[in-house]
Design a protein around this ligand. Structure first.
Ligand code: DHE
Length: 547
């Protein structure tokens, strides 16, 4: 029987041997019993915690395949699976048991559930979407100009993930403007081309649009277009500003075009496709990141499992037509962002250790660049470097190196589409999720929330943008216990940056505001409402794609 390397590195040899004896017996028997009630409960836990990486149909993506057949082949029985779920893996799987997120009985339930065929997840029609669609304030009743004197272009939307809310915080005064009820585990926020509207998308597929011009900025419409989603963006091309939004769904695998102001669903397009390389059918080909071109009426959609980038022309969507250029790229596309010129889009094919470059002008694949283990750029960090010219950088979940890639084939052809600079985060291991900079800042910032070391995961590393030398390590003040530092975001003029203190929903934490020149902690935004802050999005930087 074959034992995977990650299992042996994780558990002692004796433990593995005893597991394997049981595993052989289990491999020959049917799946362990599960009542109807247990099946329902386990499906929900799997959906909430596991489907993002392993897929609803468990065919694998960022995480390995977990079909009963795949598990049987590896000889994994209930106890082995329990050990994985409890301890996590060095490859980036969270330690759900150790963290206290899942109890022992939930872990046992999940381990038994995995040995059964996955239940078929439901489909969703336009009529289903329309039933969930609510317009709280119709466009004609919305103000024609801002109804407050606040500098709304410097507002931050802060995701309060586990309490299902988004906080709007004034970037000038750091005062809370409002807390908007958005629903389960919001994943990202994006701004419309004008900046007036802020959109959120939850893991439950619920999209919300917030009007920042209201006297008290609040949601004006919501709709649920899928059961599972991670991305949303808006039409940013001239003449289409604030007109449409597009939601990228994990399940059902699809994208949905909605009206930008009311969120009325207009068009559903299935993204089930064929793996770009083997040309086998993949039902669960999910939409990962989306960006909106400023130069054409197109959205760039990354079809994760298929390994294709779709350029979706939305100019005729009102006539029922969406034109799509499908570009073969690399498998398991995840997150990415524009280069400095916003002609090229760079996206991580994270399980292939590759950055894919798409030329959105010529609508073709520009380059595939090998980087380190499991690149995770967020939207990446753009630097206009004195030697290399414009470069775009990514960190990695699987290692401590940061890779910077030349992005200017015309001005700096010798550096284009090559890793021109590697530099290291201090300490061992990876765990970096987001890096960020701003044109007015001298620094590049990196977090490390997935690193197992308790000190590294509460640190933000500040690097000089020209020399790439570590300038300072910022640590979350020790009064905040059991927390991780996650996601950096600059304010409008780049004079400060904000960091989330990510804890659990049972206790409030903080959003830390640092002076971007002196690197001193300037303000702790606190309050009982500050629970599980994750992503933060400054209106100007998000609407103009500055990172
Ligand atoms: Fe994310 C971006 C998917 C886990 C916080 N995340 C993204 C994007 C995708 C994605 C596809 C790109 C959206 C875009 O740009 O259009 N994320 C997934 C997953 O599938 C995964 C691995 C597991 C899951 O089940 O969700 C996952 N993500 C996480 C987290 O655990 C994080 C840290 C906290 C959370 O919300 O669960 C997290 N992801 C974020 C944030 C962004 C993001 C803050 C936006 C970064 C930005 O600056 O644009």
């Amino acid at each position: 029987m074959k034992v995977s390397r990650s299992l042996t590195t994780f558990l002692s040899a004796a433990t593995v041997a005893s597991f394997l004896t049981v595993a052989v017996t289990a491999a020959n028997a049917g799946p362990p019993p599960l009542t109807k009630e247990e099946m329902k409960k386990a499906s929900q836990i799997f959906f909430d915690r596991c489907a993002g990486c392993h897929g609803m149909l468990r065919k694998g993506a960022t995480g390995p395949a977990l079909t009963p057949e795949a598990l049987k082949k590896k000889g994994y029985n209930t106890e082995v699976l329990e050990a994985f779920i409890y301890n996590g893996t060095p490859g980036g799987m969270p330690d759900w048991g150790k963290q206290g997120v899942l109890s022992k009985s939930e872990i046992n339930l999940l381990a038994r559930f995995l040995q059964h065929e996955p239940p078929s997840p439901p489909e969703m029609s336009l009529a289903d979407m329309k039933r969930s669609w609510k317009v709280f304030i119709p466009p004609e009743k919305r103000p024609k100009r801002p109804q407050h004197n606040l500098n709304w272009k410097n507002f931050f939307g802060v995701i309060l993930r586990d309490v299902g809310k988004v906080a709007i915080v004034d970037g000038d005064t750091k005062k809370l403007v409002n807390i908007v009820d958005t629903g389960f585990a919001v994943h990202i926020l994006r701004s419309s081309a004008s900046g007036r509207y802020m959109y959120s998308i939850g893991r439950d597929g619920k999209a919300t649009v917030i009007d920042l011009w209201l006297k008290k900025p609040d949601k004006v419409a919501e709709v649920k277009t899928c059961y599972d989603a991670r991305s949303i963006d808006t039409s940013k091309y001239h003449g289409y500003e604030d007109k449409y939004a597009v939601i990228g769904c994990y399940w059902p695998p699809s994208f949905v075009v909605v009206d930008g102001e009311t969120l009325e669903p207009k068009k559903i397009v299935s993204t089930s496709s064929y793996y770009y390389d083997t040309q086998e059918f993949v039902r669960e080909a999910r939409v990962a990141s989306i960006v909106s071109s400023h130069y054409d009426p197109i959205w760039v959609l990354n079809i994760k499992e298929a390994g294709q980038v779709w350029l979706v022309d939305y100019s005729k969507v009102d006539k029922g037509t969406v034109k799509i250029d499908m570009i073969d790229a690399e498998r398991y596309l995840h997150d990415g962002g524009w280069d400095l010129s916003k002609r090229y889009f760079l996206v991580a094919a994270n399980m292939r250790n590759t950055i894919v470059v798409i030329d959105t002008k010529d609508k073709e694949l520009e380059a595939l660049i090998k980087v380190g283990t499991k690149p995770h750029p967020g939207r990446g960090a753009n630097i206009d470097h004195p030697k290399y010219g414009p470069i775009w950088c990514t960190g990695h979940i699987g290692e401590k190196r940061v890779a910077c890639i030349g992005t200017d084939p015309e001005g700096h052809p010798e550096y284009a589409w090559k890793v021109v600079k590697w530099f290291n985060l201090p300490g061992e291991g990876g765990g970096n999720l987001f890096i960020k900079t701003h044109p007015n800042s001298k620094y590049l910032l990196a977090d490390r929330p997935l690193n197992p070391d308790p000190e590294l995961k509460r640190s933000i590393f500040v690097f000089d943008k020209v020399t790439f030398k570590l300038v300072k390590t910022l640590k979350i003040p020790s009064k905040y216990k059991n927390v991780r530092a996650v996601h950096e975001e600059f304010n409008e003029d780049g004079s400060e940056f904000w960091i989330s203190v990510w804890g659990k929903k049972d206790y409030p934490t903080a959003i830390l505001v640092y002076d971007a020149k002196t690197l001193k902690l300037k303000k702790e935004i606190t309050g009982d409402w500050v629970r599980t802050p994750t992503g933060k999005f400054n209106v100007t930087n998000t609407m103009k794609d500055i990172y």
